[in-house]
Ligand binder design. Structure first.
Ligand SMILES: [Zn+2]
Length: 113
């Protein structure tokens, strides 16, 4: 499943970061999940609980922040946060827009001990 491979990649990068900082354990992992990422936060949480048990991140808590879609307009420069993806700028109605956030999952912060 999609969420399983995401969690495994997430655990690996957390472990790498934690070891780099000489941590004994990871207590909190905060991730940002874009609304367009097709990631189901509930599935992500349960996959995390399952896989983290046998990892360096055992016992860590996963905090998921949902990220709305953010677009930037090439015409007027407005940045707009949207609950749903809209392919034109709400400010000037230009369709020349760039998606700048809300697409991926991103590791935001790590609390270690
Ligand atoms: Zn615009």
């Amino acid at each position: 499943m999609h969420e399983y491979s995401i969690v495994q990649a997430l655990l690996e990068s957390c472990e790498r970061e934690a070891r780099k900082a000489d941590a004994k354990k990871v207590t909190l992992i905060k991730v940002k999940v874009g609304r367009l990422s097709n990631i189901e936060p509930a599935l992500l949480s349960s996959a995390f609980e399952f896989f983290s048990q046998d990892s360096f991140c055992n016992g860590a808590k996963l905090e998921i922040v949902k990220q709305n879609v953010v677009i930037e307009c090439a015409n007027c420069g407005a940045k707009t946060e949207l609950a749903e993806l809209d392919f034109c700028c709400p400010n000037c109605a230009s369709e020349d827009i760039k998606l700048i956030d809300g697409e991926d999952i991103l590791l935001m912060s790590l609390v270690i001990e």
